[in-house]
Design a protein around this ligand. Structure first.
Ligand code: M6R
Length: 608
């Protein structure tokens, strides 16, 4: 996730920016840079890669001054490169901008600036439009120019802006992306995250959406949307740096589980417009989609589990048969891939060796290849013909959570998109799914607001030697993900079974108090799953049911019920898996496991 730091005061700014950026490294990034107001210019030093690269560059030339902004970039629009790194400037080099978030209408704005106003752009980023707009609107008042700019942009942002025209001020603003102001004596700071400034001050203002902040070295003025000064209480930070890096969470995994509502918004950002899915990065034609007789979805681990949900989706709404393959198996079975195939490769890291090898194989056989990944510029994104980025922000914990749910969202969007372009999705159904997708952030938040409930449930299963997850259809697919999550971080053996399969063998394992997690959120299979729940209840199993809120019937047959908010049933797996993530997390915690770094596992598996 990108990081911002900015300073205005009397101290030398470059070392301050650098040390602030170092404190943001834990967020993950792929390039970094700073901009400093020197005597007669705004000097920008930036580079792809880690802060070490930036430090090396600064050894050649280190700008001196007392006002500056710095940034660590986690690429979204445009691959990681020197030119795409922040800060960005306009044509005149008089302005510099750092930005976190996504400007959804940047292509439109860029076109306007280039065609109508004669601006030249250097980078592929969405952020650069902000610098050009500020330059375009500047008429002797930087705050006003920033206001005019922000009126035009749609999307999310936290920005830091400096200009040679007004060298004694620093401007910041936010909408849907975090931003704090650090208050010092004769100096002030901006930062996307408290750790960046915690060595200098513990007194901060939290900036609210729509506010613009004007900083000088002596004062901070917060302006609301009507340009009126706002009185803000000072928040005194009393945590230490380590806790702050994890945002106060004990583990990155919990932080990432809780970031899901935000991650959903980012994955959806700009991709639903007037009841239609808009995916500029794909631009498939009707003819292209029509020529695909088969779809392959290929991935590993959690990403593979997400593909299991993509299969019935595409088969139902596009009428194209889909095969889902484990990447390490795909290449060795000579799959029937040809130029009438769309092959989709899903990978959070974009570096998984088996998935990459499978992608190369599918390409060699003539398939059109599409990557769904979280990491911009990753190997898989570079090899595939098309890439759909998740924009979920960096995932640090080994156990994948927000990547899984955003992979599901990506596949809903992809499916509705292709069905709409092909003209085979009833308008009403498309609308229902898209509306439900937009409801996800708020409904996920409802589940997360009650996360402590899962600690108690975790205590009731923590001594189990083996756990069973059951469900049908989509519920079975998320049961598979729930079982993987539990075993990889708590080391309790867990297996998922299609509920209807139980009586064909596995039921023999169910005895008194055997823990069974039964997922029953799908209306079309509910009655059947309930019968399977009764089968295990009759054998005195200890059953935890996951159901839609309002389901009273299930209470008669389970020992504990977990409810998820009601939502359109196709989309409900995104919500129903969250309790399973939380259950795995708290079980690992109560068993004293190292949640973020489970034994024997790595975040990115780059060997076959
Ligand atoms: O980076 P990828 O999505 O390609 O990684 C695939 C798997 O290695 C990964 O999902 C793994 O199963 C996780 N540890 C699951 O939590």
């Amino acid at each position: 996730m990108c990081g911002i730091v900015g300073y205005i005061g009397s101290r030398e700014v470059t070392p301050l920016l650098l040390s602030g950026l170092k404190k943001l490294e834990y967020r993950g990034y792929d390039s970094a840079g700073i901009a400093v107001i020197e005597n007669k210019r705004v000097s920008i030093v930036k580079t792809a890669g880690k802060l070490l690269n930036l430090e090396r560059k600064l050894e050649e030339y280190s700008p001196t001054g007392h006002v500056g902004i710095g940034h660590t970039r986690w690429a979204t629009h445009g691959r990681p490169s020197n030119v795409n790194s922040h800060p960005h400037n306009g044509c005149s080099n008089d302005f510099a901008v750092v930005h976190n978030g996504i400007i959804e209408n940047y292509l439109e704005l860029k076109e306007w600036l280039v065609d109508k106003k004669g601006h030249d752009f250097a980078s592929e980023t969405d952020t650069e439009v902000i610098a050009h707009l500020v330059e375009e609107f500047y008429d002797g008042d930087l705050v006003q120019a920033v206001r005019e700019t922000l009126k035009m942009v749609q999307g999310s942002y936290a920005v830091g802006i400096i200009s040679l025209k007004e060298p004694d001020i620093l401007i910041a603003a936010r909408k849907d992306s975090p931003l704090v102001i650090g208050l010092g004596k004769g100096e002030n700071f901006i930062a996307s995250d408290i750790p960046a400034i915690l060595n200098h001050t513990r007194d901060v203002y939290m900036v609210e959406d729509g506010e613009v902040v004007l900083l000088t070295k002596e004062k901070v003025v917060i302006l609301d949307q009507d340009n009126k000064e706002v009185n803000r209480d000072v928040y005194h930070v009393d945590w230490d740096i380590e806790a702050a890096e994890k945002g106060g969470y004990e583990y990155f995994m919990l932080k990432e589980i809780c970031e899901q509502p935000e991650a959903f918004k980012k994955t959806l950002s700009g991709r639903i417009q007037q009841g239609k899915v808009k995916l500029d990065e794909l631009n498939f034609t009707r003819e292209q989609i029509k020529q695909w007789e088969k779809v392959f979805i290929v991935a590993c681990g959690t990403a593979y589990h997400s593909g299991l949900i993509g299969k019935p989706l595409i088969e139902e709404y596009l009428g194209i048969p889909v095969e889902v393959d484990i990447a390490s198996e795909f290449r060795y079975r000579n799959p029937l891939v040809n130029n009438k195939t769309l092959a989709v490769f899903i990978s959070q890291s974009g570096e998984t060796a088996d998935t990459l090898a499978a992608l190369r194989e599918a390409k060699r056989k003539g398939a059109t290849t599409l990557a769904i990944t979280n990491v911009v510029g990753s190997s898989i994104s570079r090899v595939a013909d098309y890439t759909f980025y998740l924009w979920a922000g960096p995932e640090i914990a080994v156990a994948s959570t927000k990547a899984y749910t955003t992979m599901l969202i990506a596949q809903y969007l992809l499916c509705v998109y292709m069905a709409q372009v092909k003209g085979v999705m009833p308008e009403e159904k498309g609308r229902e799914i898209l509306t439900a997708l937009q409801e996800l952030p708020e409904k996920a938040k409802k589940i997360l607001d009650q996360k402590e409930l899962y600690l108690d449930i975790a205590k009731s299963i923590k001594e189990a030697r083996s756990l069973f997850f059951i469900g049908r259809g989509y519920d079975y697919n998320i049961a598979q993900e729930g079982a993987l999550k539990l075993k990889e971080i708590s080391y309790i053996h867990a297996e998922a079974y299609a509920a209807g399969e139980l009586k064909h063998g596995t039921l023999a394992l169910i005895t008194e108090k055997s823990p069974v997690i039964a997922v029953a959120t799908q209306k079309s299979t509910y009655e059947k799953t309930l019968s399977n729940i009764k089968e295990v209840t009759a054998r005195d199993a200890f059953v935890i049911g996951v159901a839609e809120e309002g389901d009273q019937e299930i209470l008669k047959w389970v020992n504990k019920a977990i409810y998820i908010p009601k939502i359109e049933n196709t989309v409900s797996p995104v919500l129903a898996v969250i309790p399973l993530q939380l259950l795995a997390y708290y079980t690992a915690v109560v068993r004293g496991c190292n949640v973020d770094q489970p034994r024997n596992l790595a975040k990115s598996v780059t060997v076959e």
